[in-house]
Design a binder for this molecule. Structure first.
Ligand code: PXP
Length: 245
């Protein structure tokens, strides 16, 4: 069975919608651990749209499973990663205008800068993962950087799910997983995985871990709604019974 990394970015998205202090991703991480999360994943974006620097600092001190920090390949982010020492850093491409990470890191096209980043992080004892599209050129380039892990981008598969194209995308991921294993890399995967499409990816035996965020946070909002409303009603009931209403 693959391990489950739970990405809690979108708990912070809800908090940032009001720029208040709830819901706190630190609390969400503790609950995810109670639910069996094998890893907590966060993406500190350059525009700080969801996870904040404070979240990384507090999570580093409170999370009891491995902490995986996703970040762009630039000096600011590498310095933050090195200062906070997550167990793992996943290097991802980042564009300010994108809604979410679109496409994998072009490791083949930026071999020198990615190799340098991998070396800087590795020297500090941080495991490095590269988030790449499931294509041969990127896997080969990833192995050349010295990184020990690739995370295969499952977005194209997730978008194709329910269409004839899905089988082709799934085969691509399987081929990339085998290839990365042959190059002695650990293989993770993630992006766009949901309660409906995850089982096809989870069945790939080379895959060590899946990182899943949006779908789990979405489900948490819905399965928690009834209890949240009930608890608010109880407060209303208690306060009105105290004034005789
Ligand atoms: N893996 C990586 C590298 C990502 O950038 C993301 C999105 O932040 C995920 C996994 C999780 O994707 P999703 O939120 O669609 O489950």
């Amino acid at each position: 069975m693959p391990k489950l990394g739970v990405n809690i970015d979108h708990v912070a998205t809800v908090r940032q919608a009001r720029k208040t202090n709830e819901p706190d991703p630190v609390w969400a991480a503790a609950l995810a651990e109670l639910g069996g999360a094998d890893q907590i994943t966060i993406h500190l974006r350059e525009d700080r749209r969801h996870i904040q620097d404070r979240d990384l600092e507090v999570l580093r001190r409170t999370v009891n499973v491995p902490l995986n920090l996703e970040c762009a390949v630039n000096d600011e982010m590498l310095a933050i990663a090195i200062a906070n020492r997550p167990d793992q850093v996943c290097l991802v491409p980042e564009k300010r205008e994108e809604v979410t990470t679109e496409g994998g890191l072009d490791v083949a096209g930026q071999l020198t800068s990615v190799t340098k980043a991998v070396a800087r992080l590795s020297e500090c004892g941080i495991a490095v993962s590269l988030f790449v599209d499931p294509c041969q050129a990127q896997i080969v380039a990833s192995a050349k950087t010295g990184a020990s892990i690739v995370e295969l981008h499952t977005g194209s598969f997730a978008h194709a799910f329910r269409s004839s194209e899905m089988t082709a995308r799934l085969e691509e991921i399987k081929r990339a997983a085998v290839q990365a294993c042959q190059l002695s890399m650990r293989v993770d995967a993630g992006h766009g995985l949901t309660y409906s499409n995850v089982s096809l990816i989870a069945a790939i035996k080379e895959i060590h871990e899946l990182n899943i965020g949006h779908s789990i946070v979405s489900r948490a909002v819905l399965v928690g709604m009834e209890r949240a409303v009930r608890e608010m009603k109880e407060i209303l009931l208690r306060s009105s019974s105290s004034n005789g209403r």
